[in-house]
Unconditional design. Structure first.
Ligand code: ATP
Ligand code: MG
Ligand code: MG
Ligand code: MG
Length: 476
């Protein structure tokens, strides 16, 4: 089943069941606490928080998402992209736990003729929050999932909150058993690559009090209106329905790998390292095109920096695969053609997207060689003195003068067996920002909105470096 068909079936299924179809929001979150949209619920947040009365009781969407914190996983696990699409169904004070569970089961296991995805029910495993007896009972007694395929997990994976006072509640996740070729048995609690998570159901039923983080807070009581928020990864379901081993091998991603092969002569499936690079290129080019499509331009802060990191990493992986000239033009074209079916605006925005992408590639290629030389000599110096850590100064110089995003430096240093003093790097970045702020104040430009923008950008920039607290709060 093609990705576009998975999406159509999703929306039709929920539309037929009284849900309003809501188009994907832009990846640029309309929310000062977030750089980019990491989950399908973000556009509905004001309804869940009770700030705005929802115009419907049920909604469904297929939301474009970017998760920068997953960047390290890309190409290494089979199931993490920086860009993916989250299919969701939402209930605002309408149906709750039993309704959501029944819909999930019906859609996943329903026959193709009935509009379902026809997954084999015996391959589905369920996790519930360890104290959520009700969810377990529904899966077991109402749906009929055998007790041995339901596992209880703790708060980390199976309890959701936004990290601030407001709604919170347990989750229940549906996983698909891909079989023994993906490793040991024992369910999702033991092996999350074999039992791949496809769908997360969040039951917002409690009011959360003050406290920090994901686990350390008080539950004040029940919410007056209980809500449902679910998310299913479209690419993960495509991977299963298309019978491929990896989300980068599905219809919309595979063509990008093929284009990268054509440009480098390196076939997919030849060697572990080149396969990882091909998957990184496929993912990162898709992410770049979708970000530029939504109006992000490469820069040194905030979302511009996310885009820059991702695009430069794609270009460098193409170099590792042996490309010597420019490659971005053809890769962008391939991504646009593979995604335009679902996002027609990519075609109408083609010229702008290509111009931005080509300019970024050109800027990077100009400094890549010189920066690589600087890095290589810094590595040699460090090794000559018996060190194992590249200094923060060097990482900062590479960033500031040669346009090397920090994870590029990390990656290139690691390839030569060195770590990087990231704390030192962050300190220098912070100092630089403070200097810039002081300069701006000294100039007394008096542009109040610019100041507000700076503050948001600074906060966002800091978030990007310090473990992604904000985006992680959204990740359920
Ligand atoms: P995982 O545990 O596999 O990292 P998650 O628990 O972080 O997934 P959720 O936050 O529950 O994911 O998001 C809902 C759904 O979105 C997941 O069940 C999965 O299908 C999909 N998803 C999440 N992260 C990614 C990603 N990086 N790439 C592709 N799909 C994803
Ligand atoms: Mg999970
Ligand atoms: Mg999850
Ligand atoms: Mg995750």
């Amino acid at each position: 089943m093609e990705s576009a068909e998975i999406r159509r079936r999703w929306l039709r299924f929920f539309e037929e069941r009284g849900h309003t179809v809501v188009p994907s929001a832009s990846l640029i979150a309309d929310d000062p606490t977030l750089l980019l949209v990491p989950a399908g619920m973000v556009p509905f947040k004001p309804y869940f928080l009770g700030e705005v009365k929802p115009p419907y009781e049920r909604a469904t969407s297929v939301q474009k998402c970017v998760r920068t914190p997953d960047i390290e996983e890309v190409g290494k696990t089979t199931r993490h992209g920086t860009f993916f699409q989250m299919c969701g169904n939402f209930s605002f004070g309408d149906y709750f736990k039993e309704g959501a569970i029944k819909y999930a089961w019906e859609l996943l296991t329903g026959s193709l003729a009935d509009g379902g995805y026809a997954l084999d029910p015996e391959r589905l495993w369920i996790t519930v929050y360890e104290q959520d007896d009700e969810a377990e009972r529904i899966w077991r007694d109402v749906i009929g999932v055998p007790a041995e395929r339901i596992q209880r997990l703790g708060m980390g994976p199976n309890f959701w909150s936004m990290g601030v006072p407001g709604p919170c509640g347990p989750c229940s996740e549906v996983h698909y058993d891909r079989g023994p070729e993906f490793g040991v048995e024992g369910g999702p609690a033991v092996n999350d690559e074999r039992y791949v998570e496809i769908w997360n159901l969040v039951f917002m039923q409690y009011e959360r009090g003050e406290g920090t983080g994901k686990e350390d807070f008080e539950i004040l009581g029940d919410l007056p209106n209980k809500n449902i928020d679910t998310g299913l990864g479209l690419e993960r379901l495509a991977m299963i329905l298309q019978g491929v081993q990896n989300m980068f091998e599905i219809d919309t991603s595979r063509v990008v790998i093929e284009k990268a092969t054509e440009l480098t002569g390196i076939a997919y499936g030849k060697a572990h390292d080149s396969d990882v690079s091909l998957r990184v290129v496929s993912d990162h080019m898709r992410t770049s095109v979708m970000l530029i499509g939504d109006g992000v331009t490469p820069g040194n802060e905030g979302r511009g920096y996310v885009l820059r990191r991702i695009m430069r990493r794609a270009v460098r992986n193409m170099r590792l695969l042996g490309a010597t000239g420019p490659v971005v033009g053809e890769l962008v074209d391939t991504v646009i053609r593979s995604m335009a079916d679902q996002y027609p605006e990519l075609e109408s925005e083609r010229e702008r997207i290509e111009t931005v992408a080509l300019a970024e590639e050109a800027a990077f290629l100009k400094t890549l060689k010189a920066g690589t030389n600087i890095l290589d000599s810094a590595v040699s110096e460090t090794k000559a003195t018996g060190g194992t850590v590249l200094t923060g100064d060097k990482a900062f110089l590479l960033h500031d003068t040669w346009g090397f995003p920090i994870d590029l430096t990390l990656e290139m240093a690691a390839e030569q067996g060195l770590a990087v003093d990231q704390d030192g790097f962050r300190r220098l970045m912070k100092e630089q920002r403070e200097r810039a702020k002081a300069d701006a104040r000294a100039k007394k430009t008096g542009h109040a909105d610019m100041g507000a923008y700076r503050e948001i950008a600074d906060r966002a920039g800091a978030t990007e470096f310090t473990g992604y607290a904000d985006t992680e709060g959204e990740s359920r």
